[in-house]
Design a protein around this ligand. Structure first.
Ligand SMILES: Cc1cc2nc3c(=O)[nH]c(=O)nc-3n(C[C@H](O)[C@H](O)[C@H](O)COP(=O)(O)O)c2cc1C
Length: 311
């Protein structure tokens, strides 16, 4: 049924002429301080509740594919509308949403193929806007991560949420020192070591939010032999990693970019000490979060038949 909805919209679009009456950079007719961040217009020969045509934003992507619409509610005009987003990159979709979410209006995004296709759209984002993430969104993303499956339903994930710059600095400093030691021991030239350490530190400091993903060590079954005990620990790690994956996807669904950084795994004691975490919290990864500065292009995947065997 979803697919038919989009097919019908495609038909409407292909049968109509796009009219851009408010080009990017022009002012809103009623609110002159509001400047259109993208080309804005309507579909000629269509109608909506306010008597005009169906509105649309047009992004920079060639071909202008229709892969999302915004649903809006305006308490001043007392109406609700659908606005098409044509050829918009992820960043432009966010810009359009930010533009619509103001004054008396609220908007949300509905994507084409918001089921499985949407999973393909996630990217690791390493550069963020300096815009804070609202507390309720942070909470929702973390809570969603706790709905990952876990061995014995032990839920061994723990999150150290670094909202302050000071805490991110402290962790970045500690990880940087451990990273420097490892690189020097590995025989890398000191100039290159400093370059890599400072890049990693800046990345952490510049993210508006960081979550140190930890494994709580005292949950899980106890076995008499070392092998089974190790597998039990691995099951815990697998569960924590799943929560991490949920977290990345939950963030993406909120318009947030994120990247998984492995540094704390290599400097567990330093990370734990920097944040005065209990011994039972084993640092596994650092996840940086923020509104994307720009969405990176897709990283390639191995050919499917190389990674799957059918029996
Ligand atoms: C376990 C794990 C460790 C990773 N460590 C790092 C890291 O330390 N630094 C980094 O920039 N990206 C790191 N990444 C992100 C990967 O580089 C990224 O997922 C991969 O290149 C594919 O890109 P995509 O996520 O945009 O599809 C890590 C990802 C995973 C799952």
């Amino acid at each position: 049924m979803d697919q038919e909805f989009w097919n019908f919209l495609d038909t409407l679009l292909s049968d109509s002429q796009v009219e851009i009456d408010r080009p990017k950079g022009s002012a809103h007719p009623r609110l002159p301080d509001l400047i259109y961040p993208l080309d804005y217009g309507y579909l000629r020969g269509t109608t909506t509740v306010d008597g005009g045509g169906i509105d649309l934003f047009i992004g920079s992507q060639a071909g202008g594919a229709l892969d999302a619409v915004a649903l809006t509610v305006d308490l001043y005009k007392r109406d609700a509308e659908i606005i098409l987003l044509l050829g918009c990159t992820e960043t432009e979709k966010q810009i359009a949403l930010d533009f619509m979410n103001g004054a008396s209006m609220r908007a949300c995004l509905v994507r084409r193929g918001s089921g499985i296709d949407w999973l393909y759209s996630r990217r690791s984002v390493r550069h963020f806007q300096q815009k804070p993430i609202p507390d309720d969104i942070v909470r929702r993303v973390l809570e969603t991560a706790t709905w990952a499956p876990s061995a014995h339903n032990a839920q061994p994930w723990r999150f150290a949420v670094l909202t302050s710059l000071e805490s991110r600095d402290r962790l970045a400093q500690a990880l940087g020192e451990a990273f420097r030691r490892d690189l020097l021991e590995g025989g890398l030239a000191s100039e290159e070591v400093e370059k890599q350490v400072s890049r990693s530190r800046q990345r952490i400091q510049q993210a508006p939010l960081a979550v140190l993903l930890c494994q709580y060590l005292t949950v899980g079954d106890t076995y008499p032999d070392a092998d089974r005990q190790q597998y039990e620990h691995w099951m815990g790690m697998q569960s924590v990693a799943l929560a991490g994956g949920y977290l990345l996807l939950a963030a993406w669904s909120e318009g947030l970019g994120s990247v998984w950084m492995c540094a704390p795994l290599f400097a567990q004691a330093a990370a734990r000490q920097a944040l005065s975490l209990p011994e039972t919290w084993q640092p596994q990864a650092l996840i940086l979060l923020g509104y994307p500065d720009k969405i990176p292009t897709q990283r390639p995947r191995r050919p499917f038949n190389e990674v799957a065997l059918y029996f």
